[in-house]
Design a protein around this ligand. Structure first.
Ligand SMILES: [Zn+2]
Length: 335
């Protein structure tokens, strides 16, 4: 069962009854979208193709929806949900029943999640989201420049009720009940320049934008050479990824954070978890986790109907609502 189905059946009826008899609608955290459309252009990391991205406002309960505007003979719409994930090897890619896919969505999804955007449409004229500088910061700046507006509908969140754990190869991840969204991530690479790093963070008070958004994707020089030989990572360069060799970081200027690697893994988790279809209220823990583990975790969560529930956020929880530290204008005509 999908979040949208649940929302339309249970929660809306329940809320409708409550709203008719009380002022709960005035006592909640509201959904948010962009104030105006905004766009950017950049290269796709894997395809090497230049892509223009238009990020536009969307009505309440839309979630995040991708449209491939370069495709017109098939269904070109792909909702950003966990059950649409078709590839997790190099990035997170989603696809629809017509075989239309969108790749490398995770850094944009992380920016939308971290800025507390509930609803947005993403138009692309190519097969993947532009990699920009390899982090979420360019997308955060886009969202800031577009502005954020509150919508009339209450924010619906997925509350974790029961601990769910998955293991995939050497990685594992857990979601457990918590009062606010938080993450713990540990990595352990066989490299003197990365080795063990661990980070714990609450995803509140704008922490995503301050602490995670600037962390770039990374790779090892020998892997980059292998990918290039296989025709992958065609758009990859030192302008959009940290590249680590046996001698250290190849990028001029070095790292943006001493622990940029684990911060980027946490950024990826924020983006991948937003494929739940809404903001998760719970604690994520990942050990050597990546896109495959993150998606397996959501599949395990939604396979167990006792492990989660869809609920609205009350105003008492406003301090723990993810907003990226971005203020929102009150309810707009879009609402
Ligand atoms: Zn990433």
């Amino acid at each position: 069962m999908y979040l949208k189905d649940v929302v339309e059946s249970d929660v809306t009826e329940e809320m409708g009854a409550e709203m008719a008899g009380s002022s709960r609608i005035d006592d909640c955290v509201r959904q948010r979208t962009l104030k105006t459309p905004v766009s950017c252009t950049g290269v796709g990391l894997h395809s090497g193709v230049n892509v223009t991205l238009n990020l536009t406002p969307a009505s309440p309960d839309t979630g995040v929806i991708f449209h491939r505007v370069d495709i017109d003979k098939k269904n070109n719409t792909v909702p950003a949900t966990w059950d649409r994930v078709v590839d997790t090897r190099m990035c997170t890619a989603i696809g629809n029943d017509d075989g239309v896919t969108v790749g490398t969505i995770e850094h944009l999804m992380a920016a939308l999640a971290g800025c507390g955007i509930d609803n947005a449409c993403v138009e692309l004229d190519g097969p993947e989201v532009p990699i920009m500088d390899g982090s979420s910061e360019p997308f955060v700046l886009l969202i800031e420049s577009a502005g954020v507006v509150e919508q009339s509908a209450p924010r619906r969140v997925i509350r974790i009720l029961k601990t769910v754990n998955v293991k995939v190869n050497d990685g594992q991840a857990t979601l457990m009940p918590a009062d606010q969204p938080s993450l713990n991530v540990e990595i352990d690479f066989d490299s003197a320049f990365i080795s063990k790093q661990a980070l714990s963070m609450g995803l509140v008070n704008g922490s995503f934008c301050k602490e995670l958004a600037r962390a770039r994707t990374f790779g090892f020089l020998h892997e980059v050479e292998q990918m290039r030989a296989a025709g992958l990572a065609k758009g990859g360069s030192l302008d959009n990824a940290v590249v680590v060799s046996q001698d250290g970081v190849l990028n001029d200027g070095g790292l943006r954070f001493d622990d940029e690697f684990v911060r980027h893994k946490m950024l990826d988790a924020v983006g991948d978890l937003f494929l739940a279809g809404g903001h998760i209220i719970g604690q994520f823990s990942g050990i050597s986790s990546g896109h495959a583990v993150n998606n397996a975790l959501l599949r395990a969560l939604f396979a167990d109907s006792e492990a989660w529930t869809v609920d609205v956020m009350t105003s008492a929880e406003a301090a723990t609502a993810v907003d990226g530290g971005l203020g929102a204008e009150p309810v707009s005509a879009l609402a």
